[in-house]
Ligand binder design. Structure first.
Ligand code: G3I
Length: 354
């Protein structure tokens, strides 16, 4: 029978993490460079010692790829299953790392049962109950939560177009303040983040997505909603240039609201890059450097996380398989855990050194 860590175990490790001088907020703890982290595939953590070794060697932050999503946590309306999330929390505590919480409200990875929710009162009750139960469990361990993930419509029709899913259907845009307030009440220590993707390019869609996000942030600020940061996921496309001026203009306005900036899911989608590995790796590193430099010229990101640490485990082929059939190479380490040029770029902005 696997011995799962008790809540006391988890909190003890939090105290331990704190004595290690790890920052409480996930902010860069001096030295200028941001904390570095990666999403973790739990099945690989146990089965692959070389994978686990790189995570331990390089990361100050870890985020579960799925274990804190509704689909994993909530097999039914009555049940919470913290097995995998607790395993990663215990791993993080053993190695003096902090957790990122991903994610308390997202259209993705939702189980079926919330679709039966129809009334506003029932929706608010279920959303708040979920957030209070989950966020309060990891107080002191989670440096920052993606309270709401990908709130903006994928292709916004106008500058207020939010993604439609169970919480917008039942609560409208109010689900966002409700979620942040519930998270702040459940975990007063964690930094609370709104996390978004595809806002870094110059195409019309990216520009509109930035506009929606900025309007949303302003609305939350005007309502006095407890939000501390914006997460730029950073799933960069190797063939799509970074809109340096547009992104910096956006970031200046985010900083003017007093919000932290985090890079939360960096990788480079290389399906349209050349087949030659050296060329592809160099181009991937270059676009990541442009992205991180563009951000850092406005404000040093408080954390830089990649969405995986090795090409051995990446989501990218789920959606962006290469036509030539060659494996994607989106991450800082190759499938054999060898550092690539992208790792050198990440190390310039975050403490990812071996
Ligand atoms: O665990 C089940 C397995 O039992 C089943 O046999 C299999 C069959 O499909 O599915 C497995 O679940 C998959 C899960 O990953 C675990 O591997 C889901 O189908 C699959 O949809 C899920 O994909 C994840 C996706 O989010 C949706 O949750 C990706 O691994 C993960 O990398 C991706 O991460 C997202 C971030 O959360 C948000 N930003 C974008 C990013 C990339 O899409």
């Amino acid at each position: 029978m696997t011995q799962h860590p008790t809540r006391r175990d988890l909190l003890t490790t939090a105290a331990c993490a704190a004595t290690l001088g790890l920052p409480s907020s996930g902010l860069a703890a001096g030295g200028g460079r941001a904390l570095y982290g990666s999403c973790v595939k739990l099945s690989a953590l146990d089965a692959e010692p070389d994978y686990a070794a790189e995570i331990v060697k390089r990361c100050q932050l870890v985020v579960p790829e799925g274990a804190l999503k509704w689909a994993d946590l909530r097999p039914s309306r009555e049940r919470f299953d913290f097995t995998d999330a607790d395993r990663l929390a215990a791993f993080a505590g053993r190695h003096g790392m902090r957790l990122r919480g991903h994610t308390l409200a997202w259209y993705g990875a939702m189980p079926d049962w919330p679709e039966a929710i129809t009334s506003r009162a029932e929706a608010e009750r279920e959303l708040v109950r979920h957030i209070e139960t989950v966020a309060s469990r990891y107080v002191g361990l989670v440096a920052s939560w993606d309270v709401v993930n990908e709130a903006v419509a994928d292709r916004p029709k106008d500058a207020s177009d939010l993604r439609s899913f169970v919480w917008t259907r039942t609560l409208g845009p109010d689900y966002i303040p409700i979620a942040f307030r519930a998270a702040a009440s459940a975990d007063p220590l964690a930094r609370l983040v709104l996390n978004e993707y595809d806002i870094e390019c110059a195409d019309e869609r990216s520009v509109m997505r930035r506009a929606v996000l900025l309007n949303l942030l302003r609305s939350l600020r005007d309502k006095g909603v407890p939000i501390h940061g914006v997460g730029l996921q950073g799933h960069l496309h190797g063939d799509r240039p970074i809109d340096r001026a547009g992104l910096q203009n956006f970031l200046v306005q985010v900083r003017a609201m007093g919000l932290d900036v985090l890079v939360t899911e960096l990788d480079v989608i290389d399906d349209k890059l050349p087949a030659d590995v050296a060329t592809r790796d160099a181009k991937a590193a270059e676009i990541a450097r442009t992205f991180l430099t563009t951000i850092a010229e406005v404000t040093p990101p408080s954390a830089v996380l990649t969405w995986g640490i090795s090409d051995r485990h990446t989501w990218v082929p789920q959606w962006f398989k290469r036509e030539d059939g060659m494996p994607n190479r989106p991450l800082p380490l190759d499938a054999a855990m060898r550092p690539k040029p992208l790792m050198s770029v990440v190390e310039q902005f975050a403490r990812a050194s071996a």
